[in-house]
Write a protein that binds this ligand. Sequence first.
Ligand SMILES: C[S@@+](CC[C@H](N)C(=O)[O-])C[C@H]1O[C@@H](n2cnc3c(N)ncnc32)[C@H](O)[C@@H]1O
Length: 203
Amino acid sequence: MNSNGLKHKIREYWNSNVCGSKLSKLPKFSQEYFNELEEIRYKLEPEIYSFAQFTRFHGKKVLEIGIGAGSDFIQWVRAGAKAYGIDLSESAVQHTLKRLELTGLIAEDVRVDDVENLSYEDNFFDLVYSWGVIHHTPDTEKALKEIIRVTKPGGSIKLMLYHKYSIYAFLKYLKYGLLKFRPLRKINNIMYFHQESLGTKAF
Ligand SMILES: C[S@@+](CC[C@H](N)C(=O)[O-])C[C@H]1O[C@@H](n2cnc3c(N)ncnc32)[C@H](O)[C@@H]1O
């Protein structure tokens, strides 16, 4: 499959599975629904707080790539950052805009955009942040070049990517390699076919 075909599939996947949104059964787009998504997210991944350090970026220009359901994005806005958010998925953007509207919070910009071709100018952001995103896009190297391009010299970049030699990847190998009697199956192949959208990588 070529890169455009793969990206189309990735977008389709995330349009029907907005990241983390299945964790709540409450009425979609209600305040209670968003509260529950937020509560569950930071219970499952409390390390995000110390990694992101939201409040350190008060007044700074922050771009979040791959906003998903908007839980981290809302933290940037609450912390007083000049927050910009993008996602390849229209549903993710819709989730985040709805969330901002409900809370009355104002972000600088939220739009559908592709990390491989960012529509922002060079040297624009103090921080580019992205949690669990650029291992999904077909050309991760191009994504990285774009991230560096839009970050100011001396600015910060914070990225979370899947690690090939992690407990998480090992559990995937157990499930889709060893327990399927395919012990020689490579972790990259397992991640490509069995980790969320098609084509996911681990580094
Ligand atoms: C695993 S979710 C993570 C979402 C959010 N950061 C979180 O942690 O909940 C991956 C997100 O990356 C987005 N994504 C995938 N490829 C992308 C691309 N090329 N450009 C922008 N966003 C992309 C998907 O639409 C999806 O919302």
